[in-house]
Design a binder for this molecule. Structure first.
Ligand code: TXA
Ligand code: MG
Length: 343
């Protein structure tokens, strides 16, 4: 049966105990799997960075049970933050706020702000509740970046985490909770409210328009001097295989030009006709933006493992609903080295 439907209470209790003892637990959220540690435990938070191979000066998101924890982890959160939390929490929205003393440097990467998110996934909530009960502190929280090696494709299934980080002793994580595939599939929207002007640090399933409508002002993309966000690095969310985004109508010509190269292709069903033998894998791109986001990383994982020398992705439709998907695909494509023949 699908693990996503039923919470394994014994596994959640075991995970909470491991976390309270300073261990690392991978757990499902509605967006992607997170690699969690006790947010108050500096050594445990440092161990996350070691497990991921991530630079220590990158901040991690602090996952909390509810908006009541805002004042434990941040200081002087603006009204806009509380309004957003009321509307979108629990859910895929991260708020970057001025930090409190409790938000130590290992969490914030030494910055004056902290990222807070209240996840909606029932397994994540059960884990947070069990952990908070063990710690006898309702604002006990889990520091958790996505549970992937630094710079690699984010995990949306427990199998992705197992294949990348793995469980100890062979792997790097104390326990991987399997709560089934993540229903949203791409990382949370991040809004920076740590300065006077709200900024959008990362696109997600909650759109700019929804944020702006809630707080009643414009929320432009962050510029060059934005706080550090590894999701903002061009090379993030990258398959190992070079990935090219191709206008849907230009796909046949591009495939033709790449004759002799082993290709893996992600394109709408209508475009998946009459392919040359060089195409070793073709996957049908979901027509709906929510479905596309939900399956994006699993599709990228499969394309990357196909043995192809090049991945071609037909550019999805335009429009606000597709913005977060375009953002992830652009980053995946930007990571690729240009081929020696310049193609
Ligand atoms: O959906 C998500 O947000 C997932 C799940 C596990 O909750 N987490 C996630 O974490 O995507 P991570 O570490 O892979 O990406 C979090 C992003 C990073 O780009 C990080 O730099 C940024 O949030 N971030 C965290 N705290 C920040 C801060 N104080 N200022 C600016 N960016 C921050
Ligand atoms: Mg990540």
């Amino acid at each position: 049966m699908t693990a996503g439907l039923t919470i394994d209470a014994a596994a959640v209790e075991q995970a909470a105990a491991l976390l309270a003892a300073g261990g690392l637990v991978a757990f499902p959220t509605e967006t992607v799997y997170g690699l969690g540690a006790d947010a108050d435990n500096v050594d445990a938070v440092r161990a996350i960075f070691a497990a991921k191979g991530r630079p220590a000066d990158h901040p991690v998101i602090v996952h909390v049970l509810g908006a009541e924890a805002i004042d434990a982890w941040s200081a002087g959160a603006p009204t806009a933050a509380r309004r957003l939390a009321r509307v979108f929490w629990p859910g895929p929205l991260t708020l970057v706020l001025p930090r409190s003393a409790r938000a130590h440097d290992a969490l914030t990467g030494g910055q004056a702000s902290v990222g807070l998110r209240c996840p909606a996934h029932p397994w994540a909530r059960a884990l947070l509740a069990a952990f908070a009960a063990l710690r006898a502190d309702p604002s006990a929280a889990l520091a958790a970046p996505s549970a992937n090696s630094f710079g690699r494709i984010s995990p949306t299934t427990a199998a992705h985490v197992r294949a990348d980080l793995g469980e100890k002793p062979a792997g790097r994580v104390d326990l991987i909770l399997d709560g089934g595939p993540c229903p949203v599939g791409i990382e949370s929207t991040i809004v920076d409210l740590s300065t006077a002007t709200p900024r959008l640090l990362r696109h997600g399933s909650i759109t700019r328009r929804q944020i702006e409508a809630t707080i009643g002002c414009e929320v432009p993309d962050a510029g060059g001097n934005a706080p550090r966000a590894s999701g903002g690095l061009e090379s993030h969310y990258a398959p190992r295989t070079r990935l090219e985004l191709v206008p849907a109508t230009g796909l046949p010509a591009r495939i033709n030009a790449l004759r002799g190269t082993r290709l893996a292709v992600l394109a709408p069903a209508a475009a998946l006709l009459d392919w040359p033998a060089d195409v070793v894998l073709r996957l049908v791109a979901p027509a709906d933006s929510t479905e596309y986001a939900r399956r994006l990383y699993a599709l990228l994982h499969r394309l990357d493992e196909s043995g192809a020398a090049r991945i071609l992705v037909a550019a999805p439709p335009q429009g606000e609903a597709w913005e977060a998907v375009h953002d992830r695909l652009r980053r995946a494509a930007a990571a690729a080295e240009p081929a020696e023949d310049g193609t």
